[in-house]
Design a binder for this molecule. Structure first.
Ligand code: PRP
Ligand code: URA
Length: 209
């Protein structure tokens, strides 16, 4: 069964308040999404395996823990997921990045796929799918299905703002996928937008409305 983790760190919640504010312009919005993604990456990678290595300090030899050569892929769902990549790469610089292009049809709210480019060795990698918004959950669930169809096994999902409906959908379709969010908001409105949410993440990131 999926583990759902709400990362309510004070720094994340503080920045999230600015992200939600309609007065926040695209440049600040982008910077804040990147910063929150970096802070969340710290928690999302908490269970990464360590190995003991011997190093030598200027004083003596000692044993230290280092990451056990894990191969990671960050997979943003286009467009809005792009805003989370730089922040994640600050903490996991060796990660490769795959891209999945999906947009939500405004009438049906169903995700439509238009792009997919993944690292060749995606099957061997621990994958973190990123998207700021988990609304109905259709886009995230479809992106994860696409990854599984390519042979990916170890997948986790990281979103900034989620609706209870989206969490329910993704975790029921993909019970093997753990979900990390900064906020679980109240509900979806009649247009499928998260309430209170932040509006349209892609438009706010890229200034397209
Ligand atoms: C937004 C968001 C998610 C999706 C969430 O993308 O970034 O991908 O909606 O909604 P869902 O959980 O109901 O599927 P959108 O389709 O607006 O595309 P964009 O990022 O290109 O703006
Ligand atoms: N996509 C967004 O960008 N915002 C929402 O509230 C829901 C879906």
């Amino acid at each position: 069964m999926s583990k759902v983790t709400q990362i309510g760190h004070p720094l994340i919640l503080h920045k999230l308040a600015f992200i939600r504010d309609k007065k926040t312009g695209s440049k600040d919005f982008r910077d804040l999404v990147s910063e929150v993604s970096m802070l969340m990456a710290y928690e999302v990678t908490r269970d990464f395996q360590m190995e003991e290595v011997e190093i030598e300090t200027p004083i003596c030899k000692t044993k230290c823990n280092m990451l056990a050569g894990k191969k990671v892929a960050i997979v943003p769902i286009l467009r809005a997921g792009l805003g989370m990549v730089d922040g994640m790469l600050k903490l996991i610089p060796a990660a490769k990045v795959g891209h999945i292009g999906l947009y939500r049809d405004e009438e049906t709210l169903q995700p439509v796929e238009y792009f997919c480019k993944l690292p060749q060795d995606i099957v061997e990698r621990d994958i973190i799918v990123v998207d700021p918004m988990l609304a109905t959950g259709g886009s995230a669930a479809d992106a994860i299905t696409l990854l599984k169809n390519k042979g990916a096994k170890n997948i986790r999902l990281m979103c900034l703002i989620s609706a209870p409906e989206g969490i329910k959908h993704v975790t029921s379709v993909h019970p093997d996928v753990d979900v990390y969010v900064a906020s679980i908001d109240e509900k979806l409105n009649e247009h499928g937008y998260i309430v209170p949410g932040l509006g349209d993440a892609g438009d706010r990131l890229f200034g397209t409305k």
